[in-house]
Design a protein around this ligand. Sequence first.
Ligand code: HBI
Ligand code: FE
Length: 298
Amino acid sequence: MLAAEATLQATPQATKHGLAAGDAAKPERADWTIDQGWEKYTPAQHAVWKTLFERQTQLLPGRACDEFVEGMKNLPIGADEIPDFRRLSDVLMQRTGWQVVAVPGLVPDEVFFEHLANRRFPSGQFIRGADQLDYLEEPDVFHDVFGHVPMLMNPAIADYIQAYGVGGLRAKELGVLDKLARVYWYTVEFGLVQQKDGLRIYGAGIASSRTESVFALDDASPNRIAFDLERVMRTHYRIDDFQESYFVIENLDRLLELASIDFGPLYARIDGQPEFQPGDVLPTDAVISRGTGRYHQA
Ligand code: HBI
Ligand code: FE
């Protein structure tokens, strides 16, 4: 066998979904929704869910925030099968007025924001393959449902994510979406919260990842820094690896305050100001734990 062949076989090529799959994969409906087709999931796909669900459920006690645990407890999400979005929506709708709708994968920004602004959470319909359990390039049903949906049971997060949808449409028009996207990234996806027994996870990108749910809390490498809105808006993030810094909020109600801030004057103020790299620690930061940086140096 040729060396090149061996390399190709060693790295299973992930099937692309949604936006990443190109024009041919664009769904018929303008809002990019598709049917979940719950009945069509195969036993092998339910088995992948079960593997992922069980390993995260073992890791999350003492790591996930109270609101995540509480939300999960009250939802029809279990080990045995990929959840049915209709049943999730019934419960969510009663609690916080949200629904879960199926999409093929990543959708265009405006489409994503339009859903959020209307309290519809677009969830990937597909599930990753058994050979890609730790692969997280595109949001699949495990990331979206296990990571995001329990938090949508919380009124503060529910309002905050809707506000992000409204703000996203506006930020796109103003040409400042990159700034707003950082806020989403460092809260909804990779946020930590201070609770009475220590730091806890509320970000879906962490909660749905076996390795990052340990790294974010237990590893000496990353920085853990008190959340500051303007600071975060100026901070680049990594999409390809663990975060170098996590930003910590005092409690989830801080997100409600964030949801009501007019970002307009902030965009103007930070325009042209220096931006920060993911691992930077600034003299003005309230540092909770200063990371060794070892992981990203290696
Ligand atoms: N689509 N399905 C899906 N999920 C996302 O998280 C998502 C998206 N499209 C755009 C997007 N996120 C981000 O680029 C914006 O939040 C900026
Ligand atoms: Fe996500």
